[in-house]
Design a protein. Structure first.
Length: 158
């Protein structure tokens, strides 16, 4: 039986990515026209690491930075989301193994400033980390969001 890959192994597996391609006619209705980059997992992780303490980014800021880097019209929302999730779990795995500096996944929000319940620690764990960095987390119905997250957005990715 094959051993299950660790999160850090999954993060390091680029599978031939990044890849930029034209958006095909079957995908144009959903995504629009132009070119789409499918990033490598480590690229997403590298962007996440750039978000400093006290700042935040949404998955859309990551996608915009990836598209600009690859001179594409946009970055694939599905793979960017999956790779941010893998990066978050790899960081959690590294922290559990004793790493002191990890990818600050709690600073990456969903659209609208929502906390990602699929990240390690769930909403409560993320909220605790964010409050520790000076952010106010509030409830909007069933969702948890960072109040005034727009004022803390980080967009100067390199």
């Amino acid at each position: 039986m094959k051993a299950k890959k660790s999160w850090r192994e999954k993060l390091a597996d680029s599978k031939g990515l990044p890849k930029v391609s034209e958006v095909g006619p079957d995908m144009t209705r959903r995504w629009g026209e132009g070119t789409m980059v499918i990033p490598a997992p480590l690229e997403v992780d590298a962007l996440m690491k750039q978000v400093p303490k006290g700042k935040l980014a949404t998955i859309n800021e990551l996608r915009a930075a990836l598209a600009a880097k690859h001179k594409a019209t946009f970055a694939c929302p599905i793979t960017t989301g999956i790779f941010s999730w893998i990066a978050a779990h790899a960081a959690n795995e590294a922290e559990a193994a004793g790493a002191r500096r990890i990818t600050p996944y709690w600073r990456i929000l969903k659209t609208g400033g929502e906390l990602n319940p699929k990240y390690p620690g769930g909403v409560e764990g993320l909220a605790e980390r964010l409050r520790g960095e000076g952010h106010k987390v509030v409830r909007k119905g069933k969702r948890a969001v960072v109040a005034d997250y727009e004022n803390a957005l980080f967009t100067r990715f390199s």
